[in-house]
Ligand binder design. Structure first.
Ligand code: ADP
Length: 402
């Protein structure tokens, strides 16, 4: 009796386990499961099902990159069809051959070393893949070390760079052409500006001559017309001067050198009578910066010129210049006691032809500060301004210390 109930219990247990196995098999068939864990005396073990690898196989076969599996002596264990196409070699001839057969031009030391030392190579490198017909194709490799069932190897992904190289070449050609056109345009605008000066000076001088010699013979109306011609000619002359200075800046091809900025300011003040007579205090310093002489000269003359120019009528201009180490660079400060600049204008005054509304009484072209910014940026530096409306401004340029 006891035996019968024991047998019944065992039968129920078998039936339950059989149902479980049946359920698992159904799930495998329907693709719901791609791995199973089997418990045994040594603990759980994972078995990957063959069907589950199919998507990965398809992925590797269909991808647009070549794929290789190498063993440490460089023998190719596996290659996808894309690699066979890239190397124009039948797949069965690729498998079993050495990777060096396809990369004879490149020693690729990292890969060679890593094949020897069994260490992975993470940096993608550009190499030339030689095809069976002798042609070369630029490729990029990405190598990872892999270990399957205890066998150390390498997976190599090969990306064809032919199209990228062609677009880069086309881009380089277009950019070279653009640079050349730009140079021609600069030379053209330089010569036009330069040649405009002589007839303009003649207009200016004849208008002044008429005003000086015949002013009393002229009615007020024609005299005011003549005055307008003379002042417009002067304004145009200023504009041409600034355009020429700006193109001189772009054409300057000299090597960068080191300069003592305070000393440069001092020399400029000494050399120009209008600056020498002005009230300019320079705090001497031995600090030096890297820069270009022409560019630095233009920055200093523009900043000093503006500091002396934008001052309210009746106030004596007072300028102070000093240098200060800032952000690991050297800052040159030019402080004035002028009209100041509203916060909304402090950035745009560095744009070309930008003048502040309401400052029309002060002559100018709006080119000076844009030139300062361009020159400073060419030297790898920055520009800026601090200001208090009605009390003055402090312009700065920041350059690499020498
Ligand atoms: P320009 O001096 O020929 O007008 P800039 O490019 O040198 O041209 O200056 C642009 C504008 O910035 C000036 O028209 C002026 O309104 C303002 N600005 C420049 N420097 C100063 C300054 N030191 N104080 C007040 N405003 C200034």
């Amino acid at each position: 009796m006891e035996n019968t109930s024991k047998l019944r219990a065992e039968l129920r247990d078998f039936e339950a386990r059989f149902a479980e196995v049946q359920e698992t098999l159904n799930a495998i068939r329907s693709g719901e499961v791609d791995a199973i864990v089997s418990s045994g005396p040594g603990g759980g073990q994972i078995f990957t099902l063959r069907g589950a690898e199919t998507p990965y196989r398809i992925l590797v076969e269909e991808m647009n990159q070549g794929a290789l599996m190498l063993i440490p002596d460089g023998t190719i264990l596996y290659a996808n069809t894309r690699f066979a196409a890239l190397s124009k070699t039948p797949l069965e001839q690729v498998i079993g051959s050495s990777w060096q057969k396809f990369f004879p031009r490149d020693k690729y030391p990292q890969l060679a070393t890593s094949l020897k030392t069994k260490k992975p190579v993470d940096t993608p490198e550009e190499l030339s893949l030689q095809a069976a017909d002798g042609s070369f194709c630029p490729v990029q490799l990405s190598v990872r070390s892999t270990s399957t069932s205890g066998v150390v190897g390498f997976s190599v992904i090969i990306t064809d760079l032919t199209e990228r190289k062609q677009s880069e070449k086309a881009l380089r050609k277009t950019s070279d052409e653009l640079l050349e056109k730009n140079e021609q345009l600069k030379a053209f605008s330089y010569s036009i500006s330069h040649d405009m000066r002589a007839p303009l000076r003649a207009m200016q001088n004849f208008a002044k001559l008429l005003l000086n010699e015949y002013a009393d013979k002229l009615e007020p109306e024609p005299r005011s017309y003549l005055e307008q011609i003379a002042s417009s000619a002067t304004q145009l002359d200023r504009l041409i001067n600034d355009v020429l200075a700006d193109s001189q800046l772009s054409r300057d091809q000299t090597e960068a050198s080191t300069f003592n900025l305070c000393k440069m300011v001092g020399e400029m003040v000494e050399n120009y009578p209008n600056l020498r007579e002005a009230n300019i205090e320079i705090v001497a310093s031995s600090a030096r910066v890297w820069g270009y002489e022409v560019a630095l000269g233009q920055c200093i003359s523009n900043l000093l010129g503006n500091a002396l120019k934008f001052v309210p009528v009746g106030r004596v201009p007072c300028v102070k210049v000093w240098t200060e180490p800032t952000n690991g660079k050297l800052r040159l400060w030019v402080q004035d006691n002028g009209i100041g600049i509203l916060p909304k204008d402090r950035e745009k005054i560095f744009d070309i032809f930008s003048r502040v509304n309401g400052n029309e009484a002060y002559e100018g072209t709006g080119i000076g500060l844009s030139m300062v910014k361009k020159a400073v940026e060419k030297m790898g530096g920055r520009v800026g301004v601090e200001s208090e409306i009605g009390h003055g401004s402090r312009f700065w340029i920041e350059l690499e210390c020498a």
